[in-house]
Design a protein around this ligand. Sequence first.
Ligand code: HEM
Length: 237
Amino acid sequence: AELGHVTDYDFSFEGPFGTYDQNQLQRGLKVYTEICSACHGLKFVPIRTLGDGGGPGFSPEQVRAYASQIEVFDPELGEQGDFRDAAPTDNFPANNAVGAPDLSLMAKARAGFHGPANLGINQIVKGMGGAEYIASLLTGYTGEEMEQAGTVLYENEAFPGRWISMAPVLGDDYVEFDDGAPSDMESAAKDVAAFLMWTAEPKLAARKQMGLTAVIMLAVLSVLLYLTNKRIWAPVK
Ligand code: HEM
């Protein structure tokens, strides 16, 4: 099969008016918490942002409840530091156990679309494709494996190097969603990819709104300047 194959999934946050789907972010957080966090960290993401507008939209109680489920390392505890329950003011923990990369900014660190001829022109139409890449990676395993220098590598159609050291971690119904949304492998992959897009770009909705406001203001200004210009030069013409 084709190398570096990324499916152009539809996401709610695409386009000039796109915003995150709050329920999808909550499902994605669940996938992250139950599966990905075993190996990956989200060390740049403050837990309290789960309550921010435009994000998963947790209530203060939900944020506190979520924080109390996870443990963070506190270097100020005891002689050499110790683990304690997280508070909303903490960031999600880092995780260096198996050398898996931190996922905070992964959706912006990877692109899904590089063509044609690696010029990236598709990105103008399709977007950068970081979330599409993550969803495609999670669903892209062929089932082939090999061992190289003592490491097991898994064949993956989305991974640019084809052989990745991350085992397949998602399957149908691995996670049960509270909102009754489908939990097949592809749906769960899209949900966690959307969640990781949010961690990488939490202000997306505000940014798009500001952009739209600016465009409208500049359009109005253009009309005013045009009319002003006509007025000023009217006696000369
Ligand atoms: C790499 C996502 C679960 C171990 C990666 C990468 C992503 C990712 C996006 C980067 C691939 C690249 O470099 O382009 C996820 C997600 C997970 C998940 C969304 C949950 C659904 C896990 C688990 C483990 C793991 C549970 C450990 C058992 C690794 C390792 C790498 C990696 C070791 C480095 C792979 C390499 O560069 O060969 N993961 N992962 N991941 N992940 Fe995961």
